[in-house]
Design a protein around this ligand. Structure first.
Ligand code: NAD
Length: 597
């Protein structure tokens, strides 16, 4: 039964399209559906299934609130709110606290039998009750982050065209040249401060999955909110769909993206140029995080825009910082300083070279020359050892092309170079073989083994292999989560070198200071700050990163360090608050319900 108050608040939808806007008392816009959708031209449906005429929906304010994920509280609407909004009777009578709702939805998640089903359930929750979604995620990060992000997000992306419900963010295609600013305005959100953008060409270690890669920016932004306290309405996921080379997708009629080969060359560059300019125009000063672009574009795009606009590349710089933080912790456990170790990377792409570059700065900061620091970092790519006799090396690898004989085989490189640390960022599974790990154990009292390739199916070795084949002496980090391992009479808690330890804090620091640029120094201080949060108790369990439940504290600390750099280097537009740390904590979003009365 509808009461008078509802009628008084009812908005009649006037539109000729299938979507229109209406405002509530607080000025917020609501999107109202007109159903069935009118068809202005010819109707190709068979007779009998044709629509006779449009039917106008009259959408009461209260119903709009129930349907708006930002305002919906489900069973948590109070008695007074139910009356004021005219939604009494539309909800079961019992009023629940958010804490009780969390128990219910967590139970629902756990009842799902596959991780992908859990992912789909959580996406649905995010679509209907954003506050509850974030509260659930925040309070159960260790359990749910592998669902919302890696490794499950990898599988979700592979099936994105089939499981997508309500799309989040903006899809820009190669056909939108000249109108990208208008597309961004269509997001209807004015205060966007962070954009995560991908072109879907190198999603995790899965390769080119085109527009299906949208799961990555959407997932990253959920983590910005849960782990860094960025308000969900300040964050926008964007996919730039320039086509795909993935034959399966090109032949799949349910694929959601452009069914064409990738646009390359000048046309591609002009599209990215327009996108960056459009962000400046529509959301001035917003931070752009480039995500999962293929190697061929990632370095070039970063070089081109890093001094022109506020941006960074998470695969290059975020990975570098989280890996460096892990190495700071690992050398604490192994003994010595960064400069006392020798690092052999398997993989010389974005993650590898990005880490190498930051590691060189960190080693140099310990009092050695940059040239000497570089001599401690060695790379193996798909062809073999990166050495100066090779003529096939891309520019970014040249600084690491040392004077040494060429060796094709990784295990032979380990024998020859005798590294203290091996870092896997190749995307090639099982390349840290038993032979490699036993050699590392023979050469080192505490071999450092980081197998960072994602998702789990791509890892260079599992945590169990790393511990078992080094007699439990490895200091291990994985790119994906691994369960605790019991071997050689000890229980190890494998660390996950997840960029989530870095990018939310960096983004928060940039927002807090309104930094105009993101510099390498910011990633260096972020890595140091993260490493400082690793306790001796963590190290004794095998963790080189702090436990995830501490993540918001870690992000706030990183943000303060990043903002300090912005102020010190004259890059901050916001005036410096008296107490930067307290200010940062005060602007962090915490998922709590809006009070309507
Ligand atoms: P990329 O494509 O830029 O680089 C891959 C590199 O691996 C290239 O240099 C390539 O030559 C090399 N390679 C390929 N096959 C090889 C082989 N058989 N032996 C040796 N090298 C080989 O990719 P990227 O962005 O550097 O990412 C690489 C992997 O690292 C991915 O699986 C990605 O998911 C993972 N990664 C993990 C994290 C993390 O855990 N925090 C962050 C970023 C990337």
């Amino acid at each position: 039964m509808r009461n008078d108050r509802v009628d008084a608040k009812e908005r009649e939808v006037q539109s000729t399209g299938n979507q229109c806007e209406s405002s509530n008392d607080s000025g917020r816009s609501y999107s109202c559906a007109r159903a069935p959708v009118g068809n202005s031209g010819t109707d190709s449906r068979p007779p009998g299934r044709r629509r006779k005429k449009d039917v106008m929906i009259r959408l009461p304010l209260g119903v709009a609130v129930l349907r708006d994920p930002a305002f919906n509280k489900g069973s948590a609407f109070t008695e007074q709110e139910r009356d004021a909004l005219g939604i009494r009777g539309l909800l079961p009578p019992r009023v629940h606290a958010i804490e009780e709702q969390v128990i219910r939805v967590l139970g629902n998640v756990r009842r799902k039998t596959t991780d992908l089903d859990k992912y789909i359930f959580l996406a649905g929750l995010q679509d209907r009750n954003m506050t509850l979604f974030y509260r659930l995620l925040l309070e159960n990060l260790e359990e749910l982050m592998p669902i919302v992000y890696t490794p499950t997000v990898g599988q979700a992306c592979l099936e994105y065209s089939y499981i997508m419900r309500r799309p989040h963010g903006i899809f820009i295609t190669a056909k939108d040249r000249g109108g990208i600013a208008d597309l961004l305005r269509n997001s209807r959100i004015q205060d966007i401060r962070i954009i995560v953008v991908t072109d879907g060409e190198r999603i995790l270690g899965l390769g080119d999955i085109g527009a299906d890669g949208m799961g990555i920016p959407a997932g990253k932004l959920a983590l910005y909110t849960a782990c860094g306290g960025i308000h969900p309405y300040q964050a926008l996921p964007v996919t730039i769909d320039v086509g795909t080379e993935n034959e399966d997708l090109l032949n799949d009629r349910l694929y959601i993206g452009l069914r064409q080969r990738r646009v390359r060359g000048e046309a591609y560059d002009r599209l990215i140029d327009e996108f960056v300019a459009a962000v400046e125009e529509v959301f001035p000063g917003a931070l752009v995080q480039f995500e999962d672009f293929a190697n061929r574009n990632a370095f070039r795009i970063l070089q081109k825009y890093r001094d022109k606009t506020c941006c960074f590349n998470d695969d290059i710089q975020g990975t570098a910082a989280v890996t460096l933080a892990g190495l700071y912790s690992a050398v604490r456990a192994a003994g010595g300083h960064l400069r006392d170790h020798k690092y052999l990377f398997l993989g010389a792409g974005e993650a590898g070279i990005g880490t190498g570059d930051l590691l060189v700065s960190a080693i140099a900061a310990e009092g050695v020359s940059e040239a000497e620091a570089r001599l401690r970092c060695w790379f193996v790519d798909s062809k073999g050892l990166v050495v100066n006799s090779r003529t096939d090396l891309k520019e970014q690898k040249l600084p690491y092309a040392h004077d040494h004989e060429f060796i094709a085989d990784f295990a032979a490189c380990v024998e020859d170079l005798k590294p203290t640390a091996i870092i896997g960022v190749s995307g090639k599974p099982r390349t840290f073989t038993r032979q490699v790990l036993e050699t590392m154990a023979r050469l080192n009292e505490r071999p450092i083994v980081f197998a960072l390739s994602n998702p789990t199916s791509k890892t260079e070795c599992t945590a169990e292999e790393a511990y078992a084949w080094t007699e439990g002496r490895a200091i291990f980090a994985g790119g994906s989560p691994f369960d605790p391992v019991r071997t050689h009479g000890m229980t190890f808690v494998p660390a996950q070198g997840n960029n989530v330890y870095i990018f939310p804090g960096v983004g928060l620091g940039v927002i807090a200071s309104r930094a105009t640029h993101v510099t390498d120094e910011m990633f260096l201080v972020a890595a140091r700050s993260l490493a400082q949060h690793v306790s001796y108790a963590d190290l004794s369990q095998g963790r080189v990163y702090p436990p995830l439940p501490k993540i918001r504290e870690v992000s706030a600390a990183i943000a303060a360090e990043v903002a300090e750099v912005a102020y010190r280097r004259g890059l901050a537009l916001n005036p410096k608050p008296d107490d930067l740390g307290a200010y940062i904590k005060s602007i962090m979003y915490y998922p709590e319900y809006h009070r309507f009365v």
